[in-house]
Ligand binder design. Structure first.
Ligand SMILES: [Zn+2]
Length: 289
């Protein structure tokens, strides 16, 4: 079984937002409460996060996510990246589990016994990002990524993230899952999406236009396509509803989910305007296949 959880379905300001309140969204509908975008993906037991929004801490707690094989980054905007520090909790869980495996009482009132650290291998969290995004992560969060995992130091403070640079249209594998980064155009910073297993799952992040190379990477009919909307009308840096629907039709997935919605997008209104196989996302939405 494979699954995707839309951890947060909102655009950068969330819904309600400080500046617009509920905007066009019906406050009575709980599906209109949207935190910032990140996504959990599980395919054949390999577990991924796509992006780490400022709301990731609550997302991980609410969905009981305690383990991931890798984090894939789409772009360096704050609403997709700035929760990265909270992933240090995942490292702490790994360290704790590693200690338990060695039969040591590692975790005592929140303080690690560092005597046995040399028995433990690299606990780094593997992050995958295109060159420009990797550069932003190194610049904005140098304390997380600047050196390799150190066995000698307290991992509460030690850098524990490894950044792997990926290239558009160059596939790589994590366990047995093939991942192809795809080029997304005309967002305000360079942005990529990901095609899993030649199209089984297609994840598109912030974009305004798609190059034809994207469609060439989708070789099987997707079980699921996740695509951002932001606002129904076209914006600088974001495609509007008509463009999004055209792309969904062209990709022709079994199911499509529209996420990353701002206060202009009411759940019921978007739902009423889309065919049955297309749905707006909501926080905590689970899709299985
Ligand atoms: Zn963005």
């Amino acid at each position: 079984m494979s699954k995707v959880i839309i951890l947060g379905a909102g655009a950068a300001p969330g819904v309600p937002s400080l500046s617009c309140g509920w905007g066009n969204c019906n406050p009575e509908n709980k599906k209109n409460i949207r935190t910032r975008t990140d996504t959990y993906v599980e395919i054949n037991d390999t577990k991924f996060l796509i992006d780490t929004s400022p709301d990731i801490r609550q997302h991980l707690i609410d969905n009981k996510i305690r383990y991931i094989d890798a984090v894939l980054y789409t772009h360096a905007h704050a609403d997709h990246l700035h929760g990265i520090d909270d992933l240090r909790e995942i490292t702490r869980i790994r360290l704790h589990d590693a200690y338990m495996e060695h039969g040591e009482t590692a975790y005592h009132h929140g303080i690690y016994n560092f005597e046995g650290l040399d028995k433990i291998g690299d606990l780094s969290i593997q992050c995958y990002a295109a060159k420009e995004t990797a550069k932003s992560i190194r610049r904005s969060f140098p304390y997380l990524v600047n050196s390799v995992f150190s066995k000698k130091k307290n991992v509460f403070y030690t850098p524990s993230f490894k950044i792997n640079e990926v290239k558009r249209n160059h596939s790589f594998y994590i366990n047995d899952i093939k991942i192809t980064p795809i080029k997304l155009l005309d967002h305000s910073v360079p942005s990529i999406g990901f095609v899993f297993n030649d199209g089984e799952y297609v994840h598109i992040a912030d974009f305004k236009t798609l190059p034809s190379s994207v469609f060439k990477q989708i070789k099987v009919r997707p079980k699921l396509l996740v695509i951002p909307l932001t606002t129904p009308f076209e914006q600088r840096g974001h495609a509007g509803f008509k463009t999004v629907m055209k792309i969904i039709e062209k990709i022709n997935p079994e199911r499509a989910v529209i996420n990353h919605m701002a206060t202009e997008c009411d759940y019921d209104e978007i739902n009423a305007q889309t065919p049955d196989f297309v749905e707006p996302a909501f926080d905590g939405m689970k899709i299985e296949w």
